[in-house]
Write a protein that binds this ligand. Structure first.
Ligand code: SAM
Length: 320
């Protein structure tokens, strides 16, 4: 279907909607873990590393008093990070009703499963909705403009069709103030494609995760006439089981430019970790999050513990 900047939903075919619903249902069904369950998880190191990456991004970009838009905010796992940065206002949107409920519970502090904590110092608005289908400028007319838009481990869900990818970028562009930044993380398509080629099949992974392409999509990838809709299934033990889409970064970069979003920074998580672990304050942060032992633990051993999954992440910053 042809992209129409004004209308959205009616131009999407049924399968796109089915997949968006699948993603929503998957995340909705994942309830909060207890602290004990979390620590026992096989991917606890990966979760801690992901939290470290996001904390570094927040520390680097958030300023006191900032208005923050968290697209696909999930259960609000980043609320504490924003609180530490002393932001002034927070809007979180997610398609999964269950996650937004958990986020609300966490924000209200009724049953915080991690620790009893004081109330958050900023007002927040939490909304259930599809950030890649709906026009958000109307919904958030009274909340915009935002200083920061954060989209963590989620922008790739917009890449099922060109219309959705454009809607995501149009929303971000319309809601940021001039000079505002988009900070994000998503799977690194280069790494995925490289691993797929090495695997010489349609699937690769290890005991912790796997990625599987359908025959039809693998072909589409190699003959790529369209860089959208290249679907794979992602399984991460104890965390994710749902359809995702490849985002060729050069296409993302040039599409973003159409919406006046200029690339400031892009780095694979592997390089990012090596670079920012040179800075003492971020080493301390990694220790505080429990992602790095106290002793002189060999970093390469630690990276092996993360089971090779962590180099699949790409970190990017764009500015309006
Ligand atoms: N950003 C959170 C974090 O870092 O903890 C959650 C990341 S989780 C891997 C991906 C999230 O994207 C899920 O909460 C899911 O419901 C959300 N999501 C997927 N498609 C979405 C859409 N079209 N609109 C809004 N949220 C969406």
């Amino acid at each position: 279907p042809k992209y129409n900047p004004e209308g959205d939903a009616e131009f999407e075919d049924e399968s796109t909607k089915i997949f968006a619903r699948k993603v929503a249902e998957h995340y909705s069904a994942r309830t909060n873990q207890t602290l004990e369950e979390r620590e026992a998880s096989v991917i606890i190191h990966l979760k801690k590393l992901n939290n470290w990456i996001k904390s570094v991004l927040v520390q680097l970009y958030a300023r006191r008093g900032d208005a923050v838009l968290d697209l696909a905010c999930g259960k609000g796992g980043d609320l504490i990070k924003w609180d530490k940065a002393r932001i002034g206002y927070y809007v979180g949107i997610d398609i999964a009703e269950g996650s937004i409920e958990d986020c609300r519970t966490r924000y209200n502090g009724d049953a915080d499963h991690h620790q009893r904590r004081k109330k958050f110092s900023f007002p927040a608005r939490l909304i259930c909705g599809d950030c890649y289908e709906a026009r958000l400028d109307h919904v958030l007319a009274d909340d915009a403009p935002f200083d920061i838009c954060s989209c963590q481990f989620a922008l790739h869900y917009s890449w099922s069709t060109e219309a959705r990818a454009r809607r995501a970028l149009a929303n971000i562009s319309a809601l940021l103030r001039p000079g505002g930044v988009l900070i994000g993380t998503m799977p690194d398509a280069n790494v995925i494609v490289k691993k797929l080629r090495e695997a010489q099949g349609l699937m690769f992974g290890n005991s912790v995760y796997w990625i599987r392409f359908d025959e039809e999509y693998a072909e589409k990838k190699f003959n790529a006439s369209s860089p959208f809709g290249i679907k794979y299934l992602f399984h991460l033990e104890d965390a994710v089981d749902c359809p995702e889409w490849i985002v060729p970064f050069h296409v993302f970069k040039s599409l973003a430019e159409e919406y006046d979003l200029e690339l400031v920074f892009v780095k694979n998580s592997h390089e990012f970790v090596h670079e920012y672990l040179k800075k003492p304050e971020f080493v301390d942060l990694m220790r505080r999050l429990g992602a790095l032992g106290d002793g002189n633990q060999d970093q390469s051993k630690l990276f092996a513990l993360w089971n090779g999954v962590f180099c699949i992440i790409e970190i990017f910053i764009l500015a309006l």
